[in-house]
Every structure is written in structure tokens, then in C-alpha cells.
Ligand binder design. Sequence first.
Ligand SMILES: [Zn+2]
Length: 297
Amino acid sequence: MSFTTITEDIHYYDSAVNIGYVKKGSTGLLIDAGIDRSAAKKVMKEIEEKNWPLTHLFITHAHADHYGGAAFVRNKYKVETWAPPLEAAIMEHPVIEPLYLHGGNDPLPEMRNKFLEGPPVTIDMLREEGEVRIGDIHANVFILPGHSYRQAGLVIDGILFAADSYFGVDYLHKHKIPYITDAHLQLETLNRLLDMEVSGAVPGHGEFENNFRDTVKENIKYHQEAMDWVEGFIKEEEEVSHETLVAAMCEAYDVSVTKMPAWMLYRTAVTAYINGLLRNEKISGYLKDYRWTFSIL
Ligand SMILES: [Zn+2]
């Protein structure tokens, strides 16, 4: 793995999760930090070999594969860390992700793995949507919910660092039920991406593309079809509990899940379509026999 160059100043380290790098004058900005110290180290080694500056780290959202290496980078290289509010709170108290995935109960030990909980990192600057100067770099921050509550994308010199607001096509299909938290918000975010005046985009997982809008359209189609599947299933069953629906969708999409942490991610991903259908007033949700239950409106 090594850096792929987009423009003279803009590069990204192409790996399981992409890490962006932008330099202007004496400012060097890393965008996301990989899942752990060893992933971050590989990137830092290249930056050092190239003699590039490193002064800032912007973390797009509080998923461990994006911030797990951040504490190492901040401590060793004394960079200033930036993140959107709320996501920053989770990065500073990472047990919150296993806690919310576990439905608010104290997370069991198996939930506290490096895929769900990275080392805590102090965030120096909170940034909401809008124009910002990060050292010598002029950037636009966009809040892109749907995959994570306050996820941020960054536009610099017409290039969008999109975080996980959309996935590369291979990644989208590989996960079968991709992780999102609210399908209605996710579709709004995807449509917003189509309207952005940028000349190319790098997703968190996938490749840089100038014509990224085709990939975004593929994401829209995928989520729309998944939401239609959920609606169709509820229609066919007439009345279905949350538990049955989660199991039925995992089975229909041929998801391979044997462990609780992975199942909890899929439970959230399936519930994202239920959220979407509830927000779009396609289904009703109520309690029946102590179970969260749905039927078509
Ligand atoms: Zn993510």
C-alpha cells in the first residue's frame, strides 16, 4: 500500500480504510488515522520518508477503523486534532460505541474489541458544518448523517473526502447489509452528494473517482432496494416483530454472522431501514405482546 496522488497537494493512502493527506505551505493535514497504531505507523513512515509536514489530523467520525490510530498520531507527532461535535465525544469516551450497540446495557467483554472501540483520543478543535481554515488549508466541512450521527466530509480544492457517506461498489455489495443508522437520512445525504460542486471524491472504503456520482447512484439504488425489501416483507407478513425482521433480512441477504458484536452491527443496519420507513410514513411501529412490531400503513 502507498499514497495515491489526486492533485499535487492532495493524496490518499489506499487501504482497508482510506487515509487522506493534504499539504499547503507548512501545514500537513491527515484525514482519519486507520484502525490501530500499526495501520497509522505505515502511513506515518511514508510521510516521514517523503519529508511531508504533519501538523493536523481531522477525524471524520467515531468508528474505530477511522480513529483507532489517532491517539498514537496525536501523541507521537503532536498534531492538532479536529472532529465534529458528538463524534468527538465518542472518540474521547470510546466505550460509547459498544454501549450503544449493546442497546444501552453495560457492554459485555466481547463487545469491547478494537473494531468497535479504539484508544481514546483528545480532540483539540470541534467543527460543525461550514468553511474553516486548518493551518494554511482552506476547507469546507459538510455534516453527512445516515452512517454515523454527525459524520463530517471535507472538501478541499474541489476534492471531497467523503468518509463513509457512500461506499465503493465492491464494499457496498461485500457487506450485503451495509452499516447505516437511518436510511432516510442516508438517502438525503447521498442525494446531497450528487449536487456537490466537486471534481472528484474519495470514500472511506473504495477508490478515488472523478465520476463518483455513478457510485453514489449505485448506493442510492442499493439502499432503496433494501428498504423496499423490508417494506415488502412487512406487507407479506402483515405484522412482524423487530426480532423476526432482523433475522429474516439477514437470512434473505445471506449474511454470515455468528458472533454477537457483528450481529449487533447488522441489527442496527436493518433497523436503519425501519427508521427510514417510519420517517417516510410507510409503516407503523407499535408494541404488541411486549415486542416492537410493524405493519404497513
Ligand atoms: Zn464508518
